[in-house]
Ligand binder design. Structure first.
Ligand code: ATP
Length: 273
């Protein structure tokens, strides 16, 4: 669980990991426009851990998330989720596995505008044919601080509140892992911190496993470990990271392009406030 490279890459894939990728390659295009979006990724993510995935634009973060979550299939290599090898599953089986064992949180919240908070949160249970139990619904809605908003619709909520609904919706099925794609990307600094604290608590108190793609070093600093991707490979990792350490590592990867070398998106955002 540190940043030391092993002969197999960053961390030997651990048999007990909730998410395990073994030598995963994902290739797009043909012979003329071939892109190796993932180029031999091997990693194990332990149960109850919070992992942030960072890297320059085009480094393969989304592809990593999509392959790890069974939204996309690797060109070669294997992905195990909660002990299940995803390769032999057909689309129907993959959909069922995603519905039952994975929670998703997106930058754009993706709530259904016509449904109340309670109905948005319980939707995954109803889609899985399970009748929501009042106690479990109350518990998760209270945990995200929305007990007084149960009957509101998304349009009546702030961005931070909407993301908390999305978090409750991701947690309600008690998934093996929650994948976040820039979950704080649309939020201001203060609200983002509240949402990240909530995710941290889900890991710390609920034993939830979370994997989050982010461009924000401050967001990444809430994770137990940051994985850095470059050109489709995990090139480095940081355990118990600070935002400054993450920003510095990103600068070395050339992640901020040719804007000021020391500036990060977060620092720029803070400077504008
Ligand atoms: N459907 C696709 N067809 C062709 N190439 C693709 C496709 N999806 C991704 N790629 C390429 O694979 C590489 C990795 O893309 P990916 O979206 O995973 O990067 P990323 O790190 O998430 O980028 P960003 O931070 O800009 O969202 C890029 O070169 C991208 O152009």
């Amino acid at each position: 669980m540190n940043g030391t490279p092993s002969p197999q890459g960053y961390d030997a894939p651990d048999r007990h990991a909730v998410v395990r990728l073994d030598d995963v390659h994902k290739v797009y295009g043909g012979s003329k426009n071939r892109v190796a979006a993932l180029d031999g990724v091997s990693i194990g993510l332990p149960r109850g851990s919070f992992t942030a995935v960072m890297g320059p634009s085009g480094s393969g973060k989304s592809t990593f998330l999509h392959c790890a979550a069974g939204l996309d299939r690797p060109s070669s290599g294997s992905v195990h989720l909660d002990g299940v090898d995803l390769a032999p599953l057909n689309e129907k089986e993959l959909t069922k596995l995603r519905r039952e064992r994975i929670g998703f949180i997106f930058q754009a919240f993706n709530l259904l505008p016509a449904l109340t908070v309670v109905d948005n949160v319980t939707l995954p249970l109803r889609l899985a044919g399970r009748r929501p139990r009042k106690a479990e619904v109350d518990e998760v809605i209270e945990r995200v601080g929305l007990a007084s908003r149960r009957g509101n619709r998304p349009g009546e909520l702030s961005g931070g509140q909407q993301q908390r609904v999305a978090i409750a919706r991701a947690l309600i099925t008690k998934p093996a892992v929650v994948f976040g794609d820039e979950p704080t990307g649309a939020l201001d600094t203060y609200t983002a911190r509240e949402v990240l604290t909530l995710l941290r608590e889900a890991v710390q108190w609920g034993g939830q496993t979370i994997v989050m793609v982010t461009h924000d070093p401050v967001a990444a600093s809430h994770a137990d470990r940051v994985l850095f991707l470059a050109d489709g490979k995990i090139v480095s990792a940081l355990a118990a990271p600070t935002a400054d350490q993450v920003a510095e590592r990103m600068t070395h990867l050339g992640a901020w392009g040719d804007t000021s070398a020391a500036e990060t998106p977060t620092h720029r955002r803070e400077a504008r406030r």
